[in-house]
Design a protein around this ligand. Structure first.
Ligand code: GTP
Length: 265
């Protein structure tokens, strides 16, 4: 069992599935198809990090690196209103002030953002320090445009993954950050084994066989991978979180729902 501090995602059922929340000193990936709730979870985490440790938070701010535009400010404000109403004694009058935004437009831009984040963590005079959560939503979007499927491009892409993930892990360890990245899925091609727990796993979701984007090279770059899926074809619309791999957790899964003011188990 991990001794790292955890940050609650703000939903008891999901926290249980994650062994208490997303771990500090570590890189956690949420992977799922469009609409599975990756952004919603990131927004919710950015707020719940502000809770004191006695309530599962980190008493800390978050940096939110976004690669899709515009940043969903309206959604954050909506979540923030209900978060504020349920937590009136938090020190920051507007919880949105504790979410520091940075836009990133390409994989190289993300690589450049890492030392910028480091400088911010070391030198910021914001009254809302410390920052203990770094969110990147979404990593796959950065690699979609810039790379082809040629062998040379795949090598170039893997080299960039390693530099980015090495930078993220260094930040996580140095500053005790919980780092969360989101990733998308692509259609699973081939007759491989379809099993949760396989790094290259294809999973059934909405009747499709899908697997995480960015392949095996990226899978080795994250410490934990959590799959989010939604099934809207059955009689009941369900969403499911599954821990695919994590050094501190067994495979487990649970159902959840998304409403305008949060994610619920
Ligand atoms: P992609 O960014 O397309 O990969 O999707 P995602 O996995 O990040 O999904 P997201 O978190 O955007 O979740 C979408 C779900 O959140 C929707 O299916 C809605 O049920 C719910 N939701 C609640 N409020 C909003 C809102 O203001 N905008 C959007 N887009 N979704 C909302």
């Amino acid at each position: 069992k991990s001794r790292s501090q955890k940050c609650t995602v703000g939903c008891p059922a999901l926290d249980r599935c994650l062994g208490g929340g997303v771990p500090c000193d570590s890189v956690t990936e949420f992977v799922g198809e469009s609409g599975s709730g990756k952004t919603q979870l990131c927004l919710q985490l950015a707020l719940s990090a502000q809770l004191p440790p006695s309530r599962g938070g980190l008493s800390a701010s978050a940096i939110f690196i976004h690669t899709e535009f515009p940043f969903p400010l309206r959604r954050l404000r909506r979540l923030s209103r209900s978060f504020r109403a349920s937590n009136p004694s938090l020190p920051c009058p507007d919880p949105c002030d504790r979410v520091f935004l940075r836009a990133v437009h390409s994989a190289h831009d993300l690589l450049r953002a890492i030392p910028a984040v480091e400088a911010f963590l070391l030198h910021s005079r914001s009254p809302w320090r410390p920052v203990r959560l770094l969110l990147i939503d979404s990593i796959a979007a950065l690699f979609r445009a810039d790379f082809d499927n040629t062998a040379a491009d795949l090598r170039r892409r893997s080299a960039l993954f390693f530099r980015i993930s090495a930078g993220l892990r260094r930040l996580a360890r140095r500053f005790g950050l919980a780092v969360v990245v989101t990733n998308q899925v692509v259609d699973f091609i081939g007759d491989g084994d379809v099993r949760v727990g396989n790094l290259e796993t294809g999973l059934f979701s909405s009747g499709r066989r899908v697997c995480p984007a960015l392949g095996l090279a990226w899978a080795h770059c994250v410490n934990s991978r959590v799959f989010l899926s939604r099934d809207e074809h059955g009689p009941v619309k369900t969403r499911r979180m599954s821990v695919v791999f994590a050094p501190h957790l067994p495979h487990s899964s649970c159902e959840y729902a998304i409403k305008g003011d949060g994610v619920f188990g």
